[in-house]
Design a protein. Sequence first.
Length: 156
Amino acid sequence: MKTLALTSLLAMALAMPAMADSHGPDLTATGDADAGEQAFRKCQSCHVVTNDAGEVLAGKKAKTGPNLYGVVGRTAGTVEDFRYGKDMIAAGEAGLVFDEASFVAFVMDPKGAVQEVTGDGSARSKMSFRVRKEDEAKDLYAFLKKIGPDMGADGS
C-alpha cells in the first residue's frame, strides 16, 4: 500500500509540469511554514539554508547534504559544487523538479522516489533520513519556500 501511495504521488508530481501553464510547475505550498521551521531542526545536522549573499537563514552550516536555499522549483541534483550521487543526478535529468508533491515524496522516501523517477530499481539516494508524516513534509516545503528566493508576487 505504501508503494502504491508513493507511486501515485510521484506520478502526479511528474505529470504536473505537463499540466501547468507555460510558467512551469505549480509551486504552491499548503503546509504551515512556522511548523516547518520547527521541523527543520531535524534537518540541520545535514542541511543548511544559506542565501546568495552567504547569510545562513536556517541550519548550522552543515555540508553533508546540499544547501536547501531555492530548493522549491529546483531540478534535483543541481546545486553547484555539491557532490551528488549519480542516481540523484539521473533523477534530475529524468525531470524531477521539487514542487510540493515531489518534495514530499522525496523526503518521505528518498530511495523510493529516486527509483520511481529514474525507473531504476537499484537507484539510491545518499539521504538516509526520512520524514515520517506527510503534514510535516508539507510544512518543511512551506518553510523552505518562505525563506527561499523571492519567486514573484504570485509565489511562483
